[in-house]
Design a protein around this ligand. Sequence first.
Ligand SMILES: [Zn+2]
Length: 144
Amino acid sequence: MSGIHGNARMRVVAVVCMLLFARAAPAATPPRLVELECPKCQATHWEIDHDYRGMDGYYEPYEKRVYECPNCRHSGTGYHVLEKSPPEFFLQPHPMYPMSQADFDFWVSVLRKHFPDHPMLQKLGSGFKPNTKLPTKPGLEEAK
Ligand SMILES: [Zn+2]
């Protein structure tokens, strides 16, 4: 028997299953900058995470997620959320979810400070900029 072909077939089956699952599973919500407070030492640090990670179909509260504190190295749950970037931040420029230049600049400064190597910073001003216009309302234009 040819083990190589068997393996290849298994790999194809696995990939097809993953694609089917990815399609059936609800998509993750957009990533957000999240400021977390350590339950042990109360130091704060920032993570980029999703409200809904879209992995196994249920919502895991931030307090039940495992993070590691850069200050005391506590690795575990119980982190308290202090602040989160708006969900539309990483989606800019988004046609339906605009953002003011001031809000955008504030969150860019947080991103730059805590994630200086983040790839979105390379796209600032070109691919990554706020949609500062009001969302277009389809219906209204057509009614004229
Ligand atoms: Zn800590």
